[in-house]
Design a protein around this ligand. Sequence first.
Ligand SMILES: Cc1cc2nc3c(=O)[nH]c(=O)nc-3n(C[C@H](O)[C@H](O)[C@H](O)COP(=O)(O)OP(=O)(O)OC[C@H]3O[C@@H](n4cnc5c(N)ncnc54)[C@H](O)[C@@H]3O)c2cc1C
Length: 338
Amino acid sequence: VHCGEVMPTDKTIMIIGEVGHGELLPITRELLSAGRFLADEMGGKVSLTLTGQDIISLSQKAIGYGADVVHAIEDPLLDDDHPDAHLVAVEKVCRQSVPSIILLGRTLIGSDMGPRLAFRLGTVLIQDCVELSWDPHDGGLLATRPVYGGVAMATVKSSGNPQMVTIRPKIYESLEYLEGRTGDVVSIKPDINPSAVKSKVVDRVIKELEGIDLEDANVVIGGGRGLGGPEPFKFLDELAALLNGAVGASRAVCDAGWVPPSYQIGLTGKTITPDLYITVGISGASQHMAGCSGAKNIVAINKDSESYIFKEARYGVTGDWAKVLPSFIATVRELLNS
Ligand SMILES: Cc1cc2nc3c(=O)[nH]c(=O)nc-3n(C[C@H](O)[C@H](O)[C@H](O)COP(=O)(O)OP(=O)(O)OC[C@H]3O[C@@H](n4cnc5c(N)ncnc54)[C@H](O)[C@@H]3O)c2cc1C
């Protein structure tokens, strides 16, 4: 089967999927869930584009997770070292199947491909969305995203065609896998011209990771300048180990060299979406909060009751961390052991 044989019905919501280690990455399943929600609300179908080698086997899985059509694009150039090749392949499918909406993840891949794809398709890209809905008057996509460093949310509508957005990871929950769900698989051999590939990855540095990755953790303990130095981070490590979580920090702390830059949460750091975020000695500056607005519950330990973090926290303790934290840890330990 070749490109162009699947004609769009009323609305096609195209998902640009991501594959890793021979599996659909979580963001792909989350995007399928977002796409399914829109398609069921607005009427239309969910189309998924997968690029790579030996990915046809993942198509049925993607259908079980909500895709109506899977474009499985395979080519020897479609490996991890040639991002341009993936762009060329995805552009080809988008031109052929004329989607009205394109969804990408706000991941490294989506952030790299999104603007370039939007430019090639002559449309605009709305980045870092945390909620999607639709305007019943004209069927247009409404995309909500944090603005001004996360202190406000803006719902925007693009007049571009197709409407294109990147969605923050872990905002949409993957749908349950539905055994026996049916859909179409379109196998595409795009025959990519090597001259279209202008850049290639020349080196890869594998991040050394101890414990859980900050961005994947369900529990995060964040330390701020109020800790007074690097030493107290051992308490945060202890608490994180008890709760099976990860340790992060404010920029003030990273800039001071108390912990590595990879710990930084915020506008210019990492975005976290845990169920529980415990902040210790963090004031809650808007640039910090921009990175944790997706946290379901924030607990603050801070000695200043006027500190902004208490406006964002569901629970808070006003007090010196040196007094509060050791007994907090002891109580958590007790509860876990009981
Ligand atoms: C362009 C730009 C981008 C930025 N990006 C980021 C970003 O990505 N991430 C980020 O975090 N920041 C970022 N910042 C910096 C941000 O504005 C704040 O300066 C920073 O978040 C403050 O860190 P903090 O809360 O640790 O320190 P502070 O604001 O100094 O707060 C320390 C807190 O600790 C409390 N405290 C003091 N002693 C104790 C004690 N003994 N026990 C308990 N509590 C105590 C204080 O009451 C205070 O609330 C950015 C700034 C700019 C301009």
